[in-house]
Design a protein around this ligand. Sequence first.
Ligand code: 13P
Ligand code: SF4
Length: 389
Amino acid sequence: MTSTWTEPSNTATALLLLGRGTDPASERGVDCPGDLPAASDPDLVARATAAKAALGDRVFVLGHHYQRDEVIQFADVTGDSFKLAREAAARPDAEFIIFCGVHFMAESADILTGPGQRVVLPDLAAGCSMADMAVLGQVEAAWDEFTDLGIADDIVPVTYMNSSADIKGFVGRNEGVVCTSSNAKRALTWAFERGQKVFFLPDQHLGRNTAVLEMGLTLDDCVLWDPHKPHGGLTPEQLREAKMILWRGHCSVHGRFTLDSVREVRERVPGVRVLVHPECRHEVVRAADEVGSTEYIIKALDAAPAGSSWAVGTELNLVRRMALAHPDKQIMFLDRAVCYCSTMNRIDLPHLVWSLEELVAGRVPNQISVDADTAKYARVALDQMLALP
Ligand code: 13P
Ligand code: SF4
């Protein structure tokens, strides 16, 4: 029997896991011009060290906490997406910013840095499945429906940092704000001072968890807009009554954790404290002992007493690094099934070496550049975030 494979059609809603500008002829979806060193090259560390030294202050390397250790060792600063956005904005003298993170973070860095600065993403395949769940056309179509219903004037749009520059631009144009997991409560407080409703993109879980657990709203105040259903799958009455209109997006890493993972670890490890990221599902966050952004998680584990046990619901590179840094504490992954963020992990040492050596050779590889009009409005929403009280 012969089987025929049909390539899935590239709809607006298809996940763009291979990043922008994909190359169907390449296995990874993108190709690096020139010589990409082999992962087995024993000289990678020496090559990265030499290239970084040759560039000196001309280059600044940002590393998100979910990056591999082999990459993190070359970061000038590490952080969550909020801290890294601030760090990018605070380096006007660096000619090149190498962003070891994912595409939406590099876009934000490009928006927040000066015109002479260039932002490099070492591997263009480092996208984000959550960011790709909200496409501008879908979001504008939803907003048109809110306008037709006569409720758009009551709504303040808020987008999580984990969204494309297009979506941040939409939010800036409509007088909203960007937020991260570190400042979501402050962003929602700001938004509710300006409107009766919030349209929260693209992470339903961060939106719901912040609204219900930190702002005193109820689950009934929240509705879920599904871009794949007519009218978002909602009635006009539901939209009129809702306080939070949540976009149906989620993180494929944090969405893995379940209530069963929490119950299982509590049975297995007496006295364990469960610490999770707010991108986890609502029931998981409710069942946890503590919830917070990656920076919060790091601080909580640093401050924990020796001998304490922790089950952590976030990306594995970070959990493993924290466990190694604190051998006197029992720090484990909340779910027994190993789960890295596959797109964060696209950035590896060969791609970092390649990026640095290209810069030394006078070429700028994989530059991330947001068009001027999008950048202008996205910057309004990002600046509003940086100015939140
Ligand atoms: P923070 O960096 O805001 O904690 O977000 C986590 C994440 O998923 C980044 O992609
Ligand atoms: Fe996107 Fe989740 Fe990966 Fe962060 S951890 S980059 S939100 S898929």
